[in-house]
Write a protein that binds this ligand. Structure first.
Ligand code: GAL
Length: 831
């Protein structure tokens, strides 16, 4: 039975870099040895690994390339499959010798197996979740210890680029014999108002000893100013060789609520104290206090406020950095999404990195945390279906236990477009997974994204989840709600329009097709048969106000799935190499480098209030003089006036003077043209010079945008995303954008010449990119080409006391440029 949800939830904690963690958690990411290839006896303690490469974790061997037709373009055309080995040698310090020692991996992609000193610890097929192994019984207390990790991803195992290797962080957890269990805290809040909230704290205490121990559990709740708002203490018996659960609760007065605009966080500091008053473990968890409520009639409420999902789906890769997790790269990605007006992220189609969830908590982004893209029935030859029976329960429970304290998470998704939709008994699997979600976390609803509109309903699969997500069914919202008025429904995946940043073909509003330049024109109207322009989702959501909102596909481009090149239908199995060199997606509103495409601004015009105005296409159309070129303005102002070389081409009112766009998509029976109230359109006979738009509100000028016909590129403009970065731990990155500029200072939007970067001083070169889905230049090359006037270099700050990083860009015929970025100690450690 579909149940009506009225959920009051709260959570708390404080900021820093890691959630949740024991003070016994130590950095274990440096000085790993790596070997790519098969290695018989790679786990043996006696193996000589001196000549193996030194790497630092997180590490993604696949992003090192090369891009090759030998690999599947569907998963990025990169060598992610095959065997790889990691080894690390370590000795225990004197204080660590009597401790309980465990190793924690936050995720290994994938099919990992781990050994310590030749003893087998276990395997984990799923690459998207972390796990811990106990090392204590096998440690050499006084000698060398060797951890060996074998990783063996299979070809044809992912519909996108998964990355390969130890791509998330690794820790050594050094604790006393009684400690807080791994992921052992759960803070729930009930009856939340701005005046009071009930905070319910569950702590699991693990005793590795044979005998029982009497311990006190002290829970301190600390607000964002560092004030202790509550201290609770409870005595209990930690039963020998067992894990016990404790529960404490209190009413918090005047809670600082977590919301999209004010993402307030609290810390819970849990101490396990023995009879002698000695603190055995200190464990920190972060949470937020907030109330979520879903209704079938009105939609989703956050702290009582009706909130529509302005969501994006994101895959987990970080463009030129591949899948190797980096906090700053993740933060930059999410900041760009926030700027677009995004308030929700769907972690398609797998559990995300810890960093991503922490940053969503910090930035005020809602999260739909998704578990699987495949259940027991195959989508792709070596996909998750091969291990589903054995592992789904463990994986799903682990995802929820790992992530349950994040205030950003509002729903658990049990799957995306799973094949069980089309099978008579498919609903039984859904029922089982939905039950697991309720058992692990009664405070949040579960959901799934259905694409088989008819069969997912007919076979009762959609009836099993609390919230029904539909992929690409905007035109069916009305019908669904008519037939199932008690269902709570949203667009779990929408749009799927394809475009290349800065590309406009001379056929202008062309049809969905493959082009000889391997690109897709950027008028935001072109996509596969199931897709439709953003305008259609905006329109149908307005027509159906009870729908909770949408998650567009996708916020960022990602490696893999270069639709329409190589595979027009996303259920096509096998290799997608017929249109090589295309190997990364065209679906993003933002390209692989974080450069905004036109679509970014279309969403921004609907999803934000701060004045914005965007104009397209470029204005370099030599040979097309006199020909009418469709010009679009995206704005959140009331009116826009367009001028060509100073002459007004008329004022247009948003919502009234509708911009006509072609549309055609599955499940839509309407006319071929849609007068879009979301765009303004002029058909302008081309004449070189200055195209200018001015926006107005209440008749007053708000903004001006100019696009000039540019001349030859003469110089390079460099801009860093931040002027000062941290030298604390050698992990901070600076992203420097290069733009080609002509002698008049105009941006050269059609320039595709060479560029070479170099990095010197207190930082190192990390990666480059240009956002071209058909470029075969690997990110670790410092030489590449501009793509439509832009290129990116990423540099990493050295660990130390700080200094300066110099980043230089050169290009043939261009005046070279250097930019200097400061690095300094920022000491952002956990308080
Ligand atoms: C969806 C699918 C996504 C992606 C997208 C491309 O059907 O869920 O993973 O393949 O299509 O349009």
């Amino acid at each position: 039975m579909k149940y009506y949800l009225n959920i009051l939830i709260c959570f708390l904690l404080m900021s820093s870099s890691i959630w949740a963690q024991s003070d016994g958690q130590t950095d274990f990411n440096k000085d790993w040895k790596f070997y790519k290839g098969e290695m018989k006896g790679g786990e043996a303690a006696s193996l000589n690994d001196q000549n193996w490469r030194n790497v630092r974790i997180p590490h993604d061997w696949a992003i090192e390339g090369p891009f090759s037709k030998e690999y599947n373009a569907r998963s990025g055309g990169l060598p992610f499959h095959g065997e790889g080995w990691y080894r690390k040698h370590f000795m225990l310090t004197n204080t660590q010798k009597n401790k309980h020692v465990a190793i924690e991996f936050e995720g290994i992609m994938n099919n990992s197996e781990v050994w310590i000193n030749g003893h087998y610890l276990g395997k984990r097929p799923f690459g998207y979740l972390g796990f811990e192994y106990d090392l204590t019984p096998y440690l050499n207390l006084d000698g060398n210890n060797i951890i060996a990790v074998k990783v063996k991803p299979e070809d044809l195992s992912s519909r996108w680029f998964p990355g390969a290797g130890m791509y998330r962080k690794v820790w050594l957890n050094i604790n006393n014999d009684v400690r807080v269990n791994h992921w052992g805290t759960f803070v729930k809040t009930h009856n939340v108002t701005s005046r009071v909230a009930t905070i319910d704290i569950q702590v699991e205490v693990q005793n590795f000893l044979m005998n029982d121990e009497i311990v006190s559990i002290k829970n301190k709740v600390i607000n964002a100013n560092g004030d202790v708002v509550k201290e609770l203490q409870q005595k209990t018996v930690a039963v020998g060789k067992e894990t016990i659960k404790t529960q404490q609760a209190f009413n918090m007065l005047q809670p600082q609520l977590w919301s999209i605009d004010t993402p307030n966080l609290y810390h819970l500091v849990t101490e396990v104290i023995n009879k002698e008053g000695e603190v055995l473990d200190t464990y920190r968890s972060r949470f937020g206090v907030r109330d979520i409520k879903f209704t079938a009639k009105e939609g989703f409420f956050l702290n009582g406020e009706l909130t529509k999902f302005k969501g994006v789906c994101l895959h987990h890769d970080l463009g030129p950095l591949g899948a190797a997790v980096n906090r700053r790269a993740t933060q930059r990605q999410l900041e760009i999404m926030k700027e677009m007006g995004v308030n929700a992220i769907r972690t398609s189609h797998n559990p995300p990195s810890r960093e991503q969830l922490e940053i969503c908590d910090e930035l005020g982004l809602l999260v739909l945390d998704e578990a699987f893209d495949e259940w027991g029935i195959q989508k792709i030859e070596n996909g998750y279906h091969k291990v589903f029976d054995e592992w789904h329960e463990r994986d799903l429970r682990d995802m929820i236990r790992r992530d349950r304290n994040h205030p950003s998470i509002i729903m658990w998704s049990i799957g995306n477009e799973i094949k069980e939709q089309g099978v008579k008994d498919g609903w039984k699997v859904a029922q089982k997974l939905a039950k697991i979600c309720h058992e692990e976390d009664p405070s949040r609803p579960n959901t799934a994204g259905f694409n088989q509109y008819v069969s997912a309903i007919k076979n009762k699969l959609a009836h099993q989840v609390d919230i029904v997500g539909f992929n690409y069914k905007a035109a069916k919202y009305e019908e669904v709600k008519k037939n199932h008025p008690d269902w709570i429904v949203y667009g779990s995946e929408t749009e799927s329009i394809t475009s290349s940043r800065g590309v406009y073909h001379s056929t202008f509003l062309e049809k969905y097709k493959k082009n000889t330049d391997n690109q897709i024109t950027s008028y935001d109207i072109i996509g596969p048969t199931w897709s439709y322009p953003p305008d259609m989702e905006f329109y149908f959501l307005e027509q159906n106000p009870s729908i909770l909102g949408e998650f567009m596909w996708t916020g960022f481009d990602y490696f893999g799935e270069p639709t329409p090149y190589g595979g027009r239908d996303n259920s096509t199995n096998g290799y997608w190499n017929s249109d090589w060199p295309n190997k990364s997606s065209f679906f993003g509103a933002v390209d692989l480098c974080g450069f905004k495409k036109d679509r970014f601004y279309l969403y921004q015009s609907q999803w934000t209030d701060a004045p914005m105005l965007h104009l397209l296409p470029h204005w370099n159309w030599k040979g097309y003089e006199g020909q009418e070129i469709p010009v679009f303005a995206y704005t959140n102002a009331e009116e826009v006036e367009l001028f060509l070389n100073g002459k007004s081409l008329g004022k247009k009112k948003k919502g009234v003077d509708k911009g006509i766009i072609p549309i055609q998509f599955r499940y839509y029976e309407g006319p071929y043209e849609f007068p879009s109230p979301y765009r303004l359109r002029w058909d302008v006979p081309y004449q070189k010079g200055e195209l200018k738009a001015i926006s107005y509100i209440d008749g007053k000028v708000v903004e001006e945008k100019i696009i000039n016909t540019h001349l030859k590129a003469k110089t390079i403009e460099l801009t860093a995303d931040r002027a000062i970065i941290s030298s604390d731990d050698g992990e901070d990155l600076v992203f420097v954008t290069a733009r080609a500029i002509d002698t008049n200072g105009n941006f050269c939007s059609t320039f595709n010449g060479d560029i070479q970067f170099s990095v010197s001083g207190d930082g190192t070169f990390e990666a480059t990119g240009n956002g071209d889905p058909s470029s075969l230049v690997v990110p670790n090359s410092s030489k590449l080409k501009f793509f439509n006037g832009m290129a990116l270099v990423i540099a990493r700050a050295n660990e130390g006391k700080g200094g300066f990083i110099n980043i230089t860009a050169k290009g043939k015929g261009l005046k070279f440029k250097t930019i200097t970025v400061k690095t300094e100690v920022q000491d952002k450690k956990v308080q």
